[in-house]
Design a protein around this ligand. Structure first.
Ligand SMILES: Cc1cc2nc3c(=O)[nH]c(=O)nc-3n(C[C@H](O)[C@H](O)[C@H](O)COP(=O)(O)OP(=O)(O)OC[C@H]3O[C@@H](n4cnc5c(N)ncnc54)[C@H](O)[C@@H]3O)c2cc1C
Length: 465
């Protein structure tokens, strides 16, 4: 491998083994890579794949390692193949509105490069400063603007992929239309590194909005959040984000910030809706007009009892402050080593699910706090069960694991998915059957066997090898 990538591209011992051997998810499994190999080009990747295949050593493709399901973690002596040194933007086509880059390019770099020519790469999420294009494609990352722009899947036009044979194949490319049989590119999107190594991508870009206006609303209960969502859409607002977080989320953020009075409302509210709308009109008054429309909409929501209070950001800085209340939740919960779930529900079932979930968790885990936030406009909820400070981690994990089956069964009963965005990896592998039928899992296994017959890539992720 050192012959392929150079001696400085191979790490076989020291702290870097554990550092590069794992993503952000710690699920109790060992972190045990044989070595870390850093590729600098597609031909390096081909050489590494051929060498590993020849020696029967499995490969864990690795990007920014911000994944939250253990899918980029090596647990059984695999070679971790990092693409972090393949971070170049190769081409930007302003006519076609596409950007071609290496798979190790940081998502924020893509966003900034697009912005430098007045275009937008709209996939946005809190880890965008570390996550890379290959990783976001392999996980089909969603994020804050899915309600408006969809997932990563919707923005990938073409991929270059190294297969288990070491061959480099092009899947899609510059064509907007190409109906010529199976869309193999889509198979690799969301494949969690189990089918091959993505080395290059062509991404779509779009026109950025002329501006955005944000508002935070105090909502009286869980069941009313979607009434506000429905009203905002009915009003004709172009929603770029529609997030929710409950009272305890806000209080944890306050505690984390040292209990300064950051809550924008005089009284605590059981639920919150954070709304961002796009400025769609033209001219110097366009932003004021968007703000007026949002104000009118929220006033009618208040009249209908759907919200009890609202703050509409008057400046960019105020908008950032409102958003920080949502974005700081994850960090403020970190010290509780939360047991996180990232579930999706049909919009029509979100409220019923939440009601059932809150009732059942209060019975099953009465001494444990649960907080809920999420991209509720997409039916995506992040359920966080928090470890009480006095409880040992082992006991906490055991009790949560005991509850997980019941929780995912509840998700299934409401027509939902056990993973909205973060993927299956190792973390949710035991629960895949709650969202996929035996026939579907058999088809997925058949695809894996057809493309990676010897199980070279990321064995044990998504399903048992
Ligand atoms: C604070 C925080 C917030 C987050 N918010 C969101 C969010 O809002 N929405 C969301 O969807 N996710 C979110 N995530 C999860 C995570 O950021 C995404 O899953 C992201 O897409 C992972 O990208 P990465 O480069 O870090 O991939 P990694 O973690 O390195 O890898 C993820 C998977 O992709 C595979 N992979 C990596 N590179 C390649 C490649 N070149 N070829 C083939 N397979 C490859 C790996 O094997 C692994 O299976 C968040 C994470 C954090 C820490």
């Amino acid at each position: 491998l050192a012959d392929v990538v150079g001696a400085d591209g191979v790490v076989t011992d020291g702290d870097e083994l554990a550092h590069f051997g794992s993503d952000r998810c710690r699920g109790g499994w060992p972190v045990d890579p044989a070595m870390i190999v850093f590729a600098r080009s597609a031909s390096h990747v081909q050489g590494v794949v051929r060498a590993c295949a020849a020696h029967g050593v499995a490969i864990v493709p690795s990007g920014g390692r911000t994944g939250l399901s253990g899918a980029a973690t090596a647990t059984q002596g695999e070679v971790v193949l990092s693409l972090q040194r393949m971070g170049r933007v190769l081409d930007i086509d302003e006519v076609a509105r596409t950007l071609r880059c290496e798979a190790g390019t940081i998502v924020q770099t893509v966003q900034e490069t697009a912005a430098s020519v007045g275009l937008l790469y709209p996939v946005a999420f809190a880890a965008q400063g570390s996550a890379v294009v290959g990783g976001t494609i392999a996980t089909n990352a969603g994020g804050l603007r899915v309600v408006r722009y969809g997932h990563t899947r919707d923005w990938v036009m073409g991929l270059s992929v190294v297969l288990a044979s070491g061959e480099l194949v092009e899947l899609g490319g510059q064509l907007f239309k190409n109906n010529t049989g199976y869309d193999l590119r889509q198979l690799f999107i969301g494949s969690e590194g189990t089918l091959g190594v993505i080395v290059e991508a062509t991404l779509r870009l779009c026109e950025p909005p002329r501006g955005t206006v944000s508002a935070l609303c105090a909502v009286p209960d869980d069941s009313t959040v979607l009434a506000v969502f429905t009203r905002a859409r009915r009003h004709g607002l172009t929603l770029q984000a529609f997030e929710c977080f409950d009272r305890r989320c806000l209080e944890h953020v306050q505690e984390h910030r040292g209990r300064e009075r950051i809550g924008p409302f005089s009284a605590p509210s059981p639920q919150h809706a954070l709304i961002e709308v796009e400025v769609t009109g033209y001219g110097p008054d366009a932003e004021d007009h968007a703000r007026d429309e949002l104000t009118t909409c929220l006033a009618s929501a208040q009249d209908a009892g759907e919200i009890t209070d609202a703050v509409i950001a008057a400046t960019r800085q105020q908008s950032v402050q409102l958003w920080s209340l949502r974005e700081d939740i994850t960090e403020s919960l970190h010290r509780y080593t939360p047991f996180k779930s990232d579930v999706a529900l049909p919009l029509a079932r979100v409220t019923a699910f939440l009601e059932a979930f809150r009732a059942r968790v209060a019975e099953a885990l009465p001494d444990i706090e649960t907080v809920v936030f999420g991209h509720v406009g997409d039916g995506n909820l992040h359920l966080n069960i928090l470890r009480p400070e006095a409880m040992e981690l082992d006991e906490f994990v055991r009790r949560c694991a005991g509850f997980a089956d019941e929780m995912y069964a509840m998700v299934r009963a409401h027509g939902g998915s056990i993973s909205a965005e973060h993927g299956i990896g190792l973390l949710k592998r035991p629960y895949l059957h709650y969202s996929r039928s035996p026939e579907e899992i058999a088809m997925m296994r058949a695809v894996k066997r057809a493309i990676d017959p010897d199980g070279l890539f990321n064995p044990g992720k998504i399903f048992e090898p």
